[in-house]
Design a protein around this ligand. Structure first.
Ligand SMILES: CC(=O)N[C@H](C=O)[C@@H](O)[C@H](O)[C@H](O)COP(=O)(O)O
Length: 237
């Protein structure tokens, strides 16, 4: 498929993602996969495997994936790894939109933003740039507030990663279900979806789409899990 010229109209994109898989193609600092060409290959693999969308971090990776993969693209820009770090300011959000993201994902938790902006201001700026906003939240109240402030989609991304949200081993499907029943915009299940069965269950619990990262695109983290499981076991006789 040939990519249509960018920018394109993002409004139909939530419908294109309904009941489908978005693959998060990211790598943490210091990881061998943190390489733009490698991330593009991951995104191409995701497309070949049937993903309906891609989620990617940082303007350079967003632009490179935009150039090669014709799928709805959720872009973010992580700055640090504590506090509000997912697309923390309007400046970060506009850079991600400018790089070619159709949907800009940004922290919409109830914590203060480093530039002092309100989430509604970030939403307005991204809309003016022609993209949609995915609100990354940790709690039900944050999801409801983000929808009221104009977010186009709500994602459970940050459940388990803020002081106000207890960490579970698996995905927060109760939050998916409660938000899906409460907000008038699509709710995306994201975070610690380890298996295809959990992804399907998230849709059954009301999610509009699912985002899967680590279980598909993180060989270092996956290796670590296997290595830890076999470490210390007695050698076979
Ligand atoms: C909390 C946070 O910073 N989440 C990030 C958001 O973009 C990514 O590091 C995750 O990989 C992504 O949310 C997908 O989740 P999982 O890798 O668990 O499938």
């Amino acid at each position: 498929m040939t990519a249509p010229p960018y920018p394109r109209d993002p409004k139909p994109l939530p419908d294109a993602l309904a009941g489908r898989l978005i693959v998060s193609c990211q790598a943490p600092p210091g990881d061998p996969m943190r390489d733009t060409a490698a991330l593009v290959l991951l995104a191409r693999c995701a497309q070949a495997g049937g993903a309906a969308g891609i989620r990617a971090n940082e303007p350079a990776a967003v632009a490179a994936i935009r150039a090669e993969v014709d799928l709805p693209l959720v872009g973010l820009w992580k700055d640090g790894d504590t506090g509000v770090y997912i697309t923390p300011t309007v400046r970060h959000a506009l850079a991600v939109a400018e790089a070619g993201a159709d949907i800009v994902a940004a922290d919409a938790t109830d914590r203060p933003r480093p530039d002092g902006s309100a989430f509604a201001g970030l939403v307005a700026a991204v809309h003016a740039a022609g993209a949609l906003v995915m609100a990354d939240v940790a709690t039900h109240a944050e999801g409801v507030a983000a929808a009221a402030q104009g977010a186009d989609l709500i994602s459970t991304t940050l459940s388990g990663y803020t002081p106000g949200s207890p960490r579970q081993d698996g995905p927060d499907l109760d939050l998916v279900a409660s938000l899906s029943a409460a907000v008038p915009v699509p709710v995306v299940a994201e975070g610690r979806l380890h298996t295809p069965e959990e992804a399907a269950e998230a849709l059954a619990r009301g999610a509009h789409s699912v985002v899967v990262g680590t279980a598909i695109t993180a060989p270092t983290a996956l290796t670590r899990r296997f290595a830890a499981a076999v470490a210390g076991t007695a050698p076979r006789p």
